[in-house]
Design a protein around this ligand. Structure first.
Ligand code: AMP
Ligand code: MN
Length: 314
């Protein structure tokens, strides 16, 4: 705990590719808590903060690095199951004397830190950072509360998914008591669309496909067909998921270089983390992802076969 409550030397909080609400909220909450306590800290990651998350207090503090500037004494990662997700930055900041702290809730965390705090029972890494902030005696400011509330809000699907626990709701209640505003967070995440965004969403919803047995639904997007900013703002995989009969939802995005990014969501019937792992990715039982070297059609066929097999084995 001393390591985190009164760190010595240079401190870096490091993010990953495709940073989501949990990762950014957890990283900013911890960063602001350390800064408020008088510890200089650098925040950085291999991806710019998506515009959607620009409302998070402290978001402009996060630097976008293509390469690491050199070693730090202490490097803290939150919500990062695998160092490869830092796009080489962890290797670049890890010197001989560096201590790496890995705080995460992914069950497939690779335990790459010198200190690993991995709790798959936590709905979000933000829950763990909340507990850390308490244990370290840091002040829970409204800015920190907003970041942590966003973390938990994001990973529980706005308190709708099966990982929404008494613990996550109790923590969320305390965060609201400390100044997080649920309507502000939900408004920033879900009501920031322009008219053309809603029209685009309507077109895409019309392209969701459903298997003949109704158990699987997917949306396949060819390269460049949808702007990146739109994809970052819309959690498109939630729409195929929203069909009652659907057990597994899939979003496939062709990203160039013969690669397809895949997001998988389940409702407790099959472990999509295991399916993603079979394709070199990973994640949680009900939310996982991978990147496949294949054409869009091939990737879709591979995934549909793999999901159908998993459903048949259940
Ligand atoms: P996403 O579908 O991108 O929102 O990701 C859902 C979950 O799967 C998150 O917990 C991610 O950390 C994880 N995940 C997504 N893509 C990958 C990947 N290529 N490798 C490992 N884990 C991934
Ligand atoms: Mn998370």
């Amino acid at each position: 705990m001393e390591l985190l409550s009164r760190p010595r030397g240079s401190v870096l909080i490091l993010g990953t590719v495709q940073p989501d609400g949990d990762l950014l909220g957890a990283e900013l909450a911890l960063g602001l808590a350390l800064l408020d306590a008088g510890t200089p800290v650098t925040l950085a990651g291999p991806h710019p903060v998506p515009a959607l998350f620009g409302f998070l207090p402290g978001a402009p503090l996060i630097q976008w690095w293509r390469t690491a500037p050199g070693p730090f004494d202490l490097v803290i990662l939150g919500d990062c199951p695998d160092p490869s997700r830092t796009d080489g930055l962890l290797e670049g900041v890890r010197g001989a004397g560096t201590r790496v702290v890995n705080i995460d809730h992914h069950p497939d965390n690779k335990r790459y830190g010198d200190l690993n705090w991995v709790d798959p029972e936590a709905s979000a890494t933000g829950e763990l950072v909340y507990e850390l902030i308490h244990a370290a005696g840091f002040k829970l400011t409204p800015e920190i509360a907003t970041n942590l509330f966003t973390s938990i809000h994001a990973d529980t699907g706005s308190f709708r998914y099966s990982n929404t626990s008494p613990r996550s709701l109790r923590i969320a209640a305390d965060l609201v008591a400390h100044g997080a505003q649920p309507a502000l967070v939900a408004g920033a995440l879900y009501e920031g669309r322009r008219p053309e965004d809603l029209k685009r969403l309507g077109e895409l919803l019309g392209r969701v496909e459903v298997s003949s047995d109704g158990l699987v639904a997917w949306l396949a997007l060819s390269e460049g067909s949808v702007p990146d900013a739109f994809l970052e703002a819309e959690d498109l995989v939630t729409y195929p998921r929203s069909i009652r009969s659907v057990k597994v939802a899939i979003l496939l995005r062709e990203v160039g270089g013969g690669r397809v990014k895949v997001s998988l969501r389940a409702k407790g019937d099959v472990n999509v983390g295991a399916i993603a792992a079979a394709f070199g990715g990973g994640g949680h039982a009900n939310a996982a992802g991978c990147t496949i070297g294949a054409s869009l059609d091939q990737a879709r066929e591979l995934l549909l076969r793999s999901v159908a097999d998993a459903l048949a084995r259940r």
